[in-house]
Design a protein. Structure first.
Length: 378
């Protein structure tokens, strides 16, 4: 049996042999096969894979270390090891970021013992580290935020996730380091206005009344006004925070502006904000599976969201990082071992240790139901 190994698209070379079919989703949201197994890569083919946002794929090759977690070994019946999803943000940075964000909300709520200057200085340091973290990875590498999800401290983790995703989108759009820092500062403060909304409305488990919805809608404008009143940031941050719920077609809030009249940082923050909100646990609903959330955003491109921003987001987001645990529609549970096809990964099933390729035509009826917390697996 020939050995297989994952490689990044950045390491693709003419003459390498593709080990497994490579799929992508086209502009009509249909899954198409870009190349089949046993295909020798050409320069034109490599360009095509890059154009469709392929991040990693498998090849046959000598001189590469075979990944045992992916291998089918005759007679192997041990359950696969459940490993932690590799974190894109270090534990120390995550802790520092959450503390800084919490201090920002405490300051807005009047309960902070530190000054606005100290809070802003700390958040600026956090954003600089986030930019460095994202920029230190290869440009073609995807980012994920699965490790930032939390059942508690939703607003703090959400602010960090939105900042990280926004910076990643900005990098995909070839922003400069200075622009990424500006974008990150806007994104990490985007929800500060929620401190002025009653917590019972924010966490209400049932549908909001029209009056309650109007209160929630005011948080973006309130956030911009608060930062301006406290002289935190500048005109750019105030504009972006106030505009992170505007829509391309003009149906958003608070001003109802549209198209390029919405600052590009707001357009980016909006996509990151909606994706993280849809895929997070909330008091009123369970999280949406990442591909479903992505489909929602793709479906609203050109109406609610900037098309170029959505395209950049699609190319950069890692829906199911290696070692993510998934529950399927048939109630079986498996660990992601191959996510070359980001929408339909290959799993190592926990019940029989066999591989299940969700992109295989025979398995297209099997849907991904949810991401499973590794701590819940005995």
């Amino acid at each position: 049996m020939r050995s297989k190994v994952f490689i990044s698209i950045a390491d693709a070379e003419v003459g390498l042999v593709v080990a497994d079919p490579i799929f992508a989703v086209n502009e009509r949201k249909l899954e198409v096969m870009l190349t089949g197994a046993d295909t020798v890569l050409t320069e034109r083919m490599i360009d095509r894979l890059k154009m469709h946002g392929v991040g990693k794929f498998t090849i046959f090759g000598d001189g590469y270390q075979f990944e045992d977690d992916y291998a089918d070994k005759p007679g192997e019946d041990d359950k696969p090891q459940i490993s932690k999803v590799e974190s894109v943000v270090s534990d120390s940075l995550h802790k520092e970021a959450i503390q800084g964000i919490q201090c920002m909300f405490d300051l807005a709520g009047g309960s902070s013992v530190v000054t606005a200057y100290q809070v802003v200085k700390e958040l600026n340091n956090v954003v600089d580290q986030l930019v460095e973290t994202v920029s230190s990875e290869k440009k073609d590498e995807l980012v994920h935020i699965a490790n930032l999800k939390s059942y508690d401290e939703y607003t703090y983790n959400h602010s960090l996730s939105v900042a990280l995703l926004s910076i990643a989108i900005g990098q995909q759009l070839s922003f400069s380091a200075h622009e990424l820092q500006q974008l990150g500062r806007c994104a990490i403060m985007h929800d500060i206005g929620k401190i002025m909304s009653p917590i019972e409305i924010i966490n209400k488990p049932t549908k909001l009344t029209p009056e309650e919805y109007e209160i929630i809608k005011s948080h973006s404008e309130n956030g911009g006004k608060y930062l301006k009143s406290e002289n935190i940031g500048d005109d750019l941050i105030w504009e972006v925070v106030s505009g992170h719920h505007e829509k391309i077609d003009g149906t958003g809030y608070s001003k109802g502006i549209k198209g390029n009249d919405i600052h590009i940082y707001s357009r980016i923050t909006t996509v990151a904000d909606v994706y993280d909100a849809l895929t997070s646990y909330r008091s009123y609903r369970t999280p949406m599976a990442p591909p479903m959330a992505l489909e929602r955003i793709l479906g609203d491109a050109g109406r609610a969201f900037d098309y170029d921003v959505v395209h950049a987001f699609r190319r950069k987001i890692d829906l199911y990082p290696i070692n993510t645990i998934l529950e399927l529609s048939n109630k079986r549970i498996g660990v992601v071992v191959d996510n070359c096809n980001s929408m339909r990964p290959t799993l190592r099933m926990l019940d029989d240790s066999k591989l299940l390729d969700l992109a295989d035509l025979r398995n297209l009826s099997i849907m991904i139901e949810r991401v499973v917390d590794a701590r819940s697996i005995g």
